[in-house]
Ligand binder design. Structure first.
Ligand SMILES: CC(=O)N[C@@H](CCC[C@H](N)C(=O)O)C(=O)O
Length: 385
């Protein structure tokens, strides 16, 4: 799993690209799913424990960690959030440091997010900012959602920031650039799990069965009609089915099927509307196909809505560096960080990592030079927000 010794703060090259690359590669090898980030948490703790401890207060929360760095003045507390979980995907990057966990991959850049947080934390532990700073290493962003329970935790009461921000890697942006916008940045999301139960049987006698492969397939297509014909064209929605499961063998008609997907909308109201439409279609399918359909919405994430004043401030901070700030468009990605921004003013920004493959692809290869860019920008923002 980890390299033999793990990164050592005492080796003295902790601020350099080389060290950031090493940390990123080690974290990349141990992706874990939401609330199972045990090795990841241990790795982070091992690193944090090597830093100068004078200004630090470390508190575990489930598989996550709060790290508070006491400021010189401590008038307010600035929060910085990094998500730490990986995805259920088999890596195909060909990296020599690729995932050692079968069917798990850091395909959403959380290895970058953590490394950048450790880099900025290292600098602040050496030379604290004027304000107090809290690093939130948050589990389960990809699901089932760690931000909301972390926000409601007693530990959060002890560390609650006055302002908070976070970043996400952006494969389509060049290294050296960041991007954000005031207001709505990311969508409202809801997971979607639909179970179909009918009557299976012999492949040669379809008329004696209620085939759930045919029913579920038609249902998938019908979901797209909801987006095309039930949502105002000037509004937007996405329904994606990412997984279909049904059947046992080629000559048995399936008695059960399951769809797994996600819904994305630009407002909480549109989310309710889309869910209502899905339920109506399901009732119709139950009658037309003599089956039972059960819908479960799994985890729901509140939209990411950036505070205009904080984004303006951030843009100014970036423009004082050699890095480039550009205006972002809204995206249908989801982020449970939206729950934190609902209660605490702040923002999220994209960090350019220039990868041909996109987020959630098995070949995602973010450029590691972006780690230094991320650390520089996060550190400067933490000192100046
Ligand atoms: C940044 C990003 O890719 N976030 C995920 C969040 C997933 C939320 C949930 N599991 C869902 O699928 O609805 C995304 O897929 O946008």
């Amino acid at each position: 799993m980890l390299l033999e010794q793990g990164p050592s703060y005492r080796e003295g090259f902790f601020l350099k690209q080389e060290m950031l690359t090493r940390i990123r590669r080690e974290l990349h090898q141990i992706p874990e799913l939401g609330f199972k980030e045990y090795k990841t948490q241990q790795y982070l703790l091992d690193y944090i424990n090597q830093l100068p401890q004078e200004a630090l207060r470390v508190e575990m929360w489930r598989t996550g960690i709060f790290v508070r760095v006491q400021g010189n003045v401590g008038q307010k507390t600035i929060g910085y959030r990094a998500d730490i979980d990986g995805l259920p995907l088999t890596e195909e990057t060909g990296y020599e440091f690729q995932s050692t966990h079968d069917g798990r991959m850091h395909a959403c850049g959380h290895d970058f997010h953590m490394t950048i947080a450790l880099g900025a934390l290292t600098r602040l532990a050496q030379k604290p900012a004027d304000d107090d700073v809290v690093f939130l290493f948050q589990p389960a962003e990809e699901g089932p959602g760690g931000a909301e329970p972390m926000l409601q935790s007693e530990a959060m009461d002890r560390h609650r920031p006055d302002v908070i921000f976070g970043l996400h890697v952006a494969p389509e942006l060049p290294v050296g650039s960041v991007s954000s916008k005031p207001g709505l940045l990311f969508a409202n999301t809801s997971e979607l799990f639909i179970d179909f139960k009918g009557v299976g049987g012999h492949a040669a006698f379809p008329h004696l069965t209620h085939d759930m492969v045919v029913t579920a397939s038609a249902f998938v297509s019908h979901l797209q009609q909801i987006v095309a014909r039930r949502v105002d064209p000037l509004d937007s929605a996405v329904i994606t089915i990412g997984k279909i499961e049904a059947g046992t063998v080629q000559n048995i008609i399936a008695q059960a099927a399951r769809l797994e997907g996600t819904i994305r909308t630009l407002s909480p109201e549109a989310m309710e509307k889309v869910k209502g439409e899905i339920e109506k279609v399901a009732r119709g399918y139950e009658i037309a196909n003599d089956c039972d359909i059960h819908i479960d919405y799994g985890a729901n994430y509140h939209q990411v809505f950036n505070d205009a004043e904080q984004v303006q401030h951030f843009e100014k901070i970036v423009k004082e560096t050699d890095y480039r700030f550009q205006d972002a468009n809204m995206a249908m990605t989801g982020e449970d960080f939206g729950y934190m921004l609902k209660e605490i003013p702040g923002f999220m920004f994209w960090l350019g990592v220039d990868s041909e493959a996109g987020l959630h692809q098995s070949t995602l290869k973010p450029k590691e030079e972006a780690l230094t860019v991320g650390v520089n920008i996060v550190e400067k923002t933490l000192r100046n927000l």
